[in-house]
Design a binder for this molecule. Structure first.
Ligand code: NAI
Ligand code: UGA
Length: 437
């Protein structure tokens, strides 16, 4: 099938590459000329494990191409995916200017039947808006609009796309449904379901899923904070809870709050949809409030430990919003950095992939170093912000040797309390007791 993907970011590039890998001819379109130039030269502008292999194979074999011209990109395409940004607008609702802008452009270009698929996360009713924009210039027989929310996670995006837990398709057109069934069949061979529903339900499913996952995280963060008060250990509590099959083990890890380009914006957008309909969605507002407090928790612990941070140096391990990505959008590390800088601390940091993006924001306000031990050389304390595997079994001996003081603030609960006691660290984590030296 000939497919066009408009928007070549985390979702568009992964989807386009994976669709090419099942034999489709895919053209990716983006307005960012640098991005397209780099992709044409074989360079992937994001870090996403496993993407390089698929990218190389499909570009080499000519199934995956790139252009900045929407008009060229959609030539002969049967399906056009919109994988465009939907950032929060002024009032928190998703800003649809990219989606509706491209729909408007498409309405002036389409000459034969195409299925326009929205893959971006958009508020309920957006498919109808896209339909309206297209219909303002096009005969209705020339297009169908489908909602196909994407559930991939950054860092494991390729695997999530190739083996989705489920595919959700919102459409009222039998013709479009057949096209989508054909396109997704190779990804559903193990019997994972494809659910067809109306467009509004598909749009709602995406927000409901993300908001529920964010709710679990905020809930666990509050349990963790209470564990600290009552002397319980959240790691034990998490295991005890998660092994109940009604609850499940995943997404119960407390930490420094959820970040990334989606949970914070999607919970906010759903809350806005609710208030637009005069519905006070109390849980969602609490989820956001808890998260705003939690993402400052490590900085707060550091400030408690060092009443005056002037003249102190703190090392940071991890800057990305989660491991295996270079993405720092809404990363909890940003909030920690801002607070510690404001209090006068000097910062040194290391992240395996996100340092280039951090440098774009902070310049020389923080010292970025290329080795995790260099990031703790002569520091008064280490703060762990992202659970990259490489931080899980460090040499505690080396750490103690290079740090000015053996003090760790662990936002991801990477180490056992007994080990920290034995190794002689002052160790503060999330939802567990403090190991005092
Ligand atoms: N990042 C993720 O893990 C996931 C994101 N989503 C949703 O998918 C959508 C896209 O997200 P990301 O891929 O993260 O965004 P992104 O910001 O990484 O990529 C969006 C791309 O669209 C391009 N673009 C903007 N205007 C354009 C135009 N008029 N024509 C062509 N290209 C244009 C930008 O240059 C950028 O390359 C959002 O709605 C997001 O909520 C859904 C599931 C997962
Ligand atoms: O709509 C989206 O963009 C995507 O948002 C999330 O994916 P992603 O943001 O890539 O990453 P997650 O693994 O969900 O983590 C999000 C945040 O929650 C935090 N988190 C996650 C799990 C957990 O148990 N505890 C926890 O604090 C992570 O550290 C991270 O900051 C969803 O998991 C995807 O299904 C969805 O497609």
């Amino acid at each position: 099938m000939k497919i066009t993907v408009v928007g070549t970011g985390y979702v568009g590039l992964v989807s386009g590459t994976c669709f090419a890998d099942t034999g489709n001819e895919v053209t990716c379109v983006d307005i960012d000329q640098n991005k397209i130039e780099s992709l044409k030269n074989g360079k992937i502008p994001i870090y996403e494990p496993g993407l390089d292999l698929l990218f190389e194979r499909n570009t080499k074999q000519g199934r995956l191409t790139f252009t900045t011209s929407l008009e060229d990109g959609i030539k002969d395409a049967e399906v056009i995916f919109l994988a465009l940004p939907t950032p929060p607008g002024e009032n928190g609702s998703a800003d649809l200017k990219y989606i509706l802008g491209v729909a408007e452009d498409l309405s002036k270009m389409i000459t034969d039947y195409k299925v326009i698929v929205d893959k971006s996360t958009v508020p309920v009713g957006t498919s109808e808006k896209v339909h309206e924009v297209l219909a303002s210039n096009l005969d209705e027989s020339l297009f169908d609009v489908v909602s196909n929310p994407e559930f991939l996670r950054e860092g494991v995006a390729v695997n999530d796309f190739l083996k989705p837990d489920r595919v959700v398709i919102g459409t009222s057109s039998a013709k479009a449904q057949k096209v989508m069934e054909r396109l997704y069949a190779p990804f559903l061979r193990t019997g994972n379901p494809i659910y067809f529903m109306d467009e509004r339900s598909a749009e709602m499913t995406k927000y409901a899923a993300n908001s529920y996952l964010a709710t679990r995280i905020s809930f666990m963060n509050e349990i963790a904070n209470l564990c600290e008060e009552v002397g319980a250990d959240v790691n034990s509590v998490r295991r005890g809870m998660g092994s109940d099959s009604r609850i499940g083990k995943r997404f119960l890890f407390p930490g420094v709050g959820f970040g990334g380009s989606c949970f914070p914006k999607d919970v906010l957008a759903l809350s806005k949809t609710a208030s637009d309909h005069k519905y006070d969605f109390k849980i969602l507002n609490a989820v956001l409030d808890v998260n705003a407090i939690q993402r400052e928790r490590i900085a707060d612990k550091i400030c408690n430990h060092f009443p005056d941070l002037k003249g102190k140096t703190i090392g940071l391990w991890g800057l990305a919003f989660k491991p295996n990505t270079d993405d720092i959008r809404e990363a909890p590390a940003l909030y920690t950095i801002d607070k510690l800088l404001e209090k006068g601390a000097k910062l040194k940091a290391f992240d395996p992939e996100a340092m280039e993006n951090i440098a774009k924001i902070y310049g020389d306000k923080i010292e970025l170093v290329s080795d995790q031990y260099e990031a703790i050389l002569d520091v008064d304390a280490l703060a762990i912000m992202t659970e990259w595997s490489v931080f899980r079994t460090p040499s505690f001996k080396t750490m103690k040797k290079v740090m000015r003081k053996p003090v760790i603030f662990d936002g991801r609960n990477l180490y056992e309390l007994d080990a920290m006691k034995e190794e002689g660290f002052h160790y503060e984590s999330i939802g567990r007791s403090i190991i005092n030296l």
